[in-house]
Write a protein that binds this ligand. Structure first.
Ligand code: TUI
Length: 319
């Protein structure tokens, strides 16, 4: 049984939380993850509050377990999403793509648990100092908007720097990844790409198939020159970005090319010209499975890794 401080903090069975992926992390996926013993999360992305209010109500109708909302801090609707989570008394929020510092005092006042994504030790320390309950140390292997450091180097350094629980993210999709994260000092993991490839995830089938087909070198990073690098599956859109960036186009022109592309991939299933955000671990994902099976398999893999390690410690051979 894999149980950590994070399980106690969030009142969940397994130390697994789901990434708050815009257009992907809908109520159906979040409820499935929470019902399977993890923490399911609704991705607010760039959506307005009325859309997310409906998702929150749907999650509550599908599970009585804890759930969360991810707030993407570059969204034009951040303020109204904050008001929504106070009003709805959402138990947990995660944040991404920025520093949520100015919102933390009020979130804490409302009894909401706050878990920011941090791409550096400095931000992790600052978040702990101003009252975050845990941090997500997300490496550059992750899909979507990414930081510079890899999970392997970020997680142990953040773990040494803070006392609050650290959740490792980026490049994790199986029991080996979870065990490694725990070895690096994390108290749990956040998984994104593997949950996209679940039966309960409502994205277009083409999106899921693009991940399953991707292979180990199937992702690339677009938009480095804009200051907002985004990891996607290599496709025609990537080639357009590459051409534009090499031509010395302005940040505005490059950002304009990205507008509406995630919706195009998730809803319309256009995986050639849409933005198929996915992590480098896509190459490990071979099929689409129910969320419960994904989580149970990861936990079973951890148990067998522990058995194997015990054999090594006793001087027996590991197969
Ligand atoms: O946020 C994500 N992943 C995302 S957000 C997103 S929507 C988007 N689309 C295009 C451009 C930008 C965003 C798609 N995927 N992951 C968490 C994450 N947070 N990754 C990196 C960060 C981050 C970066 C800087 C967190 C904090 C931060 O702080 C900077 C500061 O001001 O201290």
């Amino acid at each position: 049984m894999i149980k950590t401080r994070l399980c106690d903090l969030l009142n969940i069975q397994y130390p697994i939380i789901q990434g708050g992926m815009a257009w992907v992390a809908t109520a159906e996926l979040a409820a499935a993850v929470s019902n399977a013993g993890g923490l399911g999360i609704i991705g607010a992305g760039n959506a307005p509050a009325d859309v997310i209010r409906k998702e929150i109500n749907k999650v509550r109708s599908l599970t009585d377990k804890p759930y969360g909302v991810n707030i993407m801090l570059l969204s034009p609707f951040v303020e109204e999403i904050m008001d929504l989570v106070y009003e709805e008394k959402v138990p947990v929020i995660t944040t991404g793509a920025g520093n949520p510092g100015k919102y933390i005092p009020k979130l804490k006042e409302q009894g909401i648990k706050v878990i920011p994504v941090v791409p550096s030790v400095a931000l992790a320390k600052k978040m702990e100092q101003i009252g975050a309950d845990a941090v997500i140390a997300e490496g550059t292997e992750a899909g979507g908007h990414i930081g510079e450091l890899t999970t392997m180097v970020l997680v142990p350094q953040v773990s040494d720097a803070v006392k609050i629980p650290v959740i490792a993210a980026g490049g994790i999709a199986d029991g080996r990844g979870l065990m490694s994260a725990l070895s690096l000092g994390a108290q749990g993991v956040q998984l994104g790409t593997i949950f996209v490839c679940s039966e309960e995830c409502t994205v277009h089938e083409n999106y899921k198939r693009a991940i399953v087909k991707a292979g180990d070198r199937g992702t690339v990073v677009t938009g480095r020159s804009t200051g907002h690098p985004v990891r996607i599956i290599k496709n025609k859109l990537y080639k357009e970005f590459d051409k534009l960036e090499k031509s010395g186009a302005s940040v505005e022109e490059i950002e304009k090319l990205g507008t509406g592309r995630l919706r195009m991939a998730c809803v319309d299933g256009d995986v050639d010209m849409g933005s198929v955000m996915a992590g480098q671990i896509s190459g490990l994902i071979k099929d689409i499975k129910p969320v419960k099976e994904i989580i149970n398999t990861i936990i079973a893999e951890c148990d067998s890794i522990i058995d194997g390690l015990n054999n090594i410690v006793r001087g027996e051979k590991l197969d």
